[in-house]
Ligand binder design. Structure first.
Ligand SMILES: C[S@@+](CC[C@H](N)C(=O)[O-])C[C@H]1O[C@@H](n2cnc3c(N)ncnc32)[C@H](O)[C@@H]1O
Length: 230
């Protein structure tokens, strides 16, 4: 029985969904998030999708097992292709790479609408996704970091404003709403800094000791270290 979401990553995604809206879960796979949202009464209706028929069937099995099938529509499709969008909806795209998430969003002009909120949980290329969102007019961005099963994840919730904004280095690397006093934010920032330091070591060991990239990366690390500890 799914009455709570034990997985903190999934729970954080579910928490970001607005009460009372239809929820779309793109690339739903097991469908645990929409099942939870329906069973808890937070959402009245869910659309689960997946590009893989096998994954969609796995999700449908859970939907049936949990007794919520009358509230669920299941569609096998790529991204949001061919989906009917209602007047208001929250659209989850989680557990995929940031580039794929950006591609799915960019292919559907209908998402550029204030009535929809996107709840995104990228596994990779998070910085690139943040930059894509703010520069494409999805600039009403809220973000939280969450530690789940020993790994740190970002959950981004955003809406279209039409205002195309540049992303500063702090937001691009540490994420929106970064709070240096928050434990999970600090863990995420430290991991990001470690990745940058590893990149710097790679540049040094490749012999490019006076390259522009090495200088830029060094300056970026110093700036971010100050933001983390000042
Ligand atoms: C790792 S699972 C994530 C499941 C769930 N969203 C979560 O966060 O726990 C990724 C799912 O996305 C699906 N997927 C990959 N590309 C897709 C696309 N372009 N459109 C829809 N689903 C896609 C895969 O088939 C897979 O079931």
């Amino acid at each position: 029985m799914i009455s709570t979401l034990k997985d903190r990553r999934m729970a954080k995604i579910a928490e970001a969904v607005r009460e009372g809206v239809t929820v779309f879960d793109i690339g739903s796979d097991h469908a645990l998030i929409p099942v939870y949202l329906l069973k808890s009464g937070k959402c009245p209706r869910a659309v689960i999708t997946d590009i893989s028929r096998n994954s969609l069937e796995k999700g449908l099995k859970n939907v049936i097992k949990e007794g919520v099938s009358v509230q669920v529509e299941a569609v096998c499709t790529d991204g949001t292709l061919g989906l009917d969008l209602p007047d208001e909806a929250d659209i989850i795209i989680a557990g995929m790479g940031g580039e794929l998430i950006a591609e799915i969003i960019s292919r559907d002009e209908r998402l550029k609408d204030k009535r929809y909120r996107l709840i995104l949980q990228p596994m990779t290329k998070v910085r690139e996704l943040r930059i894509y969102l703010s520069e494409s007019g999805f600039s009403d961005i809220k973000e939280q970091r969450v530690l789940s099963c020993g790994k740190i994840y970002c959950v981004i919730s955003c809406g279209y404003t039409g205002s195309k904004e540049k992303t500063g280095d702090k937001e691009a690397y540490f994420g929106y709403g970064f709070d240096r006093t928050h434990n999970e934010d600090r863990q995420y920032a430290k991991k990001t800094l470690n990745d940058l330091k590893r990149k710097m070591e790679g540049l040094k060991s490749s012999g490019k000791t006076d390259s522009e990239e090495l200088n830029k990366t060094g300056k970026l690390i110093s700036y971010l270290e100050k933001e983390l500890d000042s």
